[in-house]
Ligand binder design. Sequence first.
Ligand SMILES: Cc1cc2nc3c(=O)[nH]c(=O)nc-3n(C[C@H](O)[C@H](O)[C@H](O)COP(=O)(O)O)c2cc1C
Ligand SMILES: [Fe+2]
Ligand SMILES: [Fe+2]
Length: 413
Amino acid sequence: MKAITIAKDVYWVGANVHTEDLFEGIWPIPHGVALNSYVVKGRENAIVELVREWGGASHVLIENLNSLKISPEDINYVILNHLEPDHTGLIYLSKSIAPQAKFVTTEKGARLLEGFYGITENVIEVKTGDEINLGNGKKFIFTEIPNVHWPETMATYEIDSKVLFTGDAFGAFGVHQGSIFDDETPEIHKQYWEEETLRYYSNIISMFSSSVLKGIDELKRFDTRVIAPSHGLVWRGNPQAIINKYVRYSNYNRDLGEPEICIAWGSMYGNTEVMLNAILKGIASVGVPVHVHRVPNEDPSFILSDAYKSAGLIIGCPTYEYSMFPPMKYFMELLKKKSIKYKKVLYFGSYGWSGGAQKDFEKLSENMNWDISESITFKGHPTPEECEKGETVAIKLADEVKKIPSKIKNEEY
Ligand SMILES: Cc1cc2nc3c(=O)[nH]c(=O)nc-3n(C[C@H](O)[C@H](O)[C@H](O)COP(=O)(O)O)c2cc1C
Ligand SMILES: [Fe+2]
Ligand SMILES: [Fe+2]
C-alpha cells in the first residue's frame, strides 16, 4: 500500500477493512469500512487517528508510513480526535515502537486513554483554541465537539493545508471504491455512499444529532478546504456537500424526514401479512415511495436507515406470549435508543385471544413525539372489512406523508 497525498505534506495512510465482524459488535458491514488515518509532516511529524488491529489494518498503516519513509520513531505526535477503539486499537503498538510520541487529546480523552490503555505519560490535554506547531508552516488548532460521537471528541484543523480532521463526524460505512476522494467518485458510486453514510448516521450518530449541529456551528469559523473524517470519503472537491448531508440527517429527528414510508413487519403464520398487503395497496394508490422490511429476516441496521429518513413509519406484528413479537420489540427499542422521533406512525397486527402487542407498542411509543394513527388490530385472520379499514387508514397516512417537502438539496459533488 502507498500513502495518498491530500495536500502538500498531508497524507492519507488509513486502511480499508473487509471483515465478517459486526461494527461495534452489532452492525453488519457487508461493504466493509474505511479506517482513515492521516499524516501531517512539518519539522515534526504527526499522525491523526490510528486504526484498530482489524482485518490487517495495522499492517497496512505501517506499510503506508513506510511509503512516506516514516518509521514509527519519526512520529512526534499522535492526535486522537476520538478514543473509540476503531481509531485507537493500535495504541498498544505505538507505545512499544514509538515511545517518544506524545498523545494529544481532550481532558476527557486523557481519562479514556488511561482507562482503555493505561497511558498516563506523554499525554498533552488540549482545549478549544489550543495549538500545536509542527514547524515548516504546519500548525494544528483544536476544537472540542463533545458527543459527536463520544463525550471526548474533538476536531483538528491544520491551518496551512486548511484540512479539517473531524473524527466520526461526516463519516460513513463502506470501503473506498477505488478513490478516497469525493471529486473522484463516479456518479455510479454516489448511491452507494448515500446509503452507507445514512446507515452509519442512523446506526451510530443519530442520537447525538443536536451535538452534530452544535459541532458544525463551531467549525464554521475555519476556512476549510478539505474535510477528512475517520471513516468514508475525504471531501476535497466540495466539502460543503457532506456538511449539508449531515445537517439534513441531523434534522430528520425534528422535521419528520422525507416524503417516504418505512414499514417494519413480522409474522409467524401470515395473518399480519394479509393486512400488510391491504396497507401496501392503500399506499400504492397514493403513490408514496415505501420501504418494506421484514423482521427478524432483515437486520435492523438497514431498517433503521429507512425508518430514520422516512416521515411515515408503520409497524406490523402479532402478539406473542402476551406481548409484542420479540424481534419487533427489539427493533422498537432500537428506534427509541437511536432517537428516531417525530414521525407519522401506524401499528397493525393480529392476535389470538387477548392480545398484548398493541399495549407494548403504546409503551414503546412514549416520548417519541410520534403522530400516531388509530391502531389496526384483529383476531386471527383479518376480515375483508378490517382489510378495507387498514387500506383507508394507510391512504390517510400516505396522503399526509406525500405533502411533506423533501429536504435533499445542495449535495452535488
Ligand atoms: C408462540 C405463540 C404465542 C402466542 N401468544 C399469544 C398471546 O399471548 N395472546 C394472544 O392473544 N395471542 C397469542 N398468540 C396468537 C397469535 O397472536 C395469533 O396466532 C396471530 O394470528 C399470529 O399472527 P401471524 O399469523 O401474523 O403470525 C400466540 C401465538 C404463538 C404462535
Ligand atoms: Fe465512534
Ligand atoms: Fe469511528
